[in-house]
Design a protein around this ligand. Structure first.
Ligand code: ADP
Ligand code: MG
Length: 293
């Protein structure tokens, strides 16, 4: 269990990145969802002990994270949003190097690295230089690196950004296979990543937790309140003025408007709520709609 209490961070120039963040994260895959600039990477780097918060405490099981960084780093696997690689160094050589840094030595080191290369489906390309890898291969390499030493806390920051749909699916499957017997925190701005994968999520906006819980419970709150209307471009402005529109989707040349209302709007059809509806609603309610549409 990872516990954050009152974690706050303001950067120079009065940029508030985190504001009194309180979270309890049990074993399993936890999704941290939020638009660009929400503070996700700041939170991830803070938990990973790469930067200090201004305020607050973080505990992982019995470890006081901010006081005993070394203890946390021993059980941590971290995949940063951007990670560099050494040119002309093979994936295998890099993993062997990282394994040594993690304190894995002797014949065990080669075994561990081989197993990870197989597990992340990089065995065939292990002699290739990581900087020549495709986006998906780089991300899987990043996960292999993060899994070294069998960490109890794994943090992956925007792992699917820039991946094509097939690569994204492969990456999601890989993360799911890593197992539930540890805390895995995944940050993303892509709702689909967390809807498929996470047992619990939090939505972060402007440095504040705006909602958190189980995806199914969050979507259930919209049961019986979500409607769709097929609208022409001309109708759209009127509907927007009259209804609480949370999103518009273009389907086969028509605009499908998703609406939240207690009673069925005229001409509307009941819709099954999705996590994306929850996400949009939360952002709209907090005036964070710049990224939508
Ligand atoms: P996210 O990962 O959700 O996109 P970040 O944690 O990267 O969010 O950023 C949160 C806010 O803090 C943004 O406004 C960003 O511009 C700002 N920020 C991030 N890192 C720094 C930094 N090192 N110095 C100053 N401002 C920063
Ligand atoms: Mg980020």
């Amino acid at each position: 269990m990872l516990r954050l209490c009152g974690v706050s961070k303001t950067y120079a120039g009065n940029v508030v990145a985190l504001q009194n963040v309180n979270l309890e994260i049990p074993n399993g895959i936890f999704g941290l969802l939020g638009p660009n600039g929400a503070g996700k990477s700041t939170l991830m780097r803070t938990i990973a002990t790469l930067q200090e918060p201004d305020d607050g405490t973080i505990h992982f099981d019995t470890i006081d994270v901010l006081k005993d960084k070394t203890a946390l780093r021993r059980v941590l696997g971290y995949l940063p949003q951007e990670f560099g690689s050494y040119p002309r160094t093979s994936a295998e050589a890099m993993l062997l190097h990282f394994a040594a840094l993690k304190g894995i030595h002797g014949h065990q080191r080669r075994q561990v690295v081989e197993r990870l290369l197989v597990h992340t489906n990089l065995w065939k390309v292990r002699k290739r230089s990581v900087d020549k890898f495709s986006g998906g291969m780089k991300r899987r390499f990043g996960i292999a690196q993060a899994l070294l030493g069998n960490p109890r806390l794994i943090i992956v920051d925007e792992p699917t950004a820039g991946l094509d749909p097939a690569e994204r699916r492969r990456f999601q499957n890989l993360l799911a296979e890593v197992g539930e017997e540890r805390v895995i925190i995944l940050s993303t701005h892509i709702v689909d990543d967390v809807a498929a994968l996470c047992s619990r999520i939090a939505i972060l906006g402007r440095g504040t937790i705006l909602a958190d819980g189980e995806p199914a419970k969050l979507t259930a709150e919209l049961n019986g309140k979500l409607w769709t209307v097929v609208a022409s471009q001309a109708d759209l402005a009127r509907i927007r003025a009259e209804q609480y529109v949370i999103s518009t989707r273009f389907r086969a040349g028509r605009t499908v408007v998703r609406i939240i209302a207690d009673d069925k709007p005229e001409g509307a059809t009941a819709a099954v709520p999705e996590l994306e509806d929850v996400y949009f609603r939360v952002l709209i309610d907090h005036g964070l709609t710049d990224n939508l549409e």
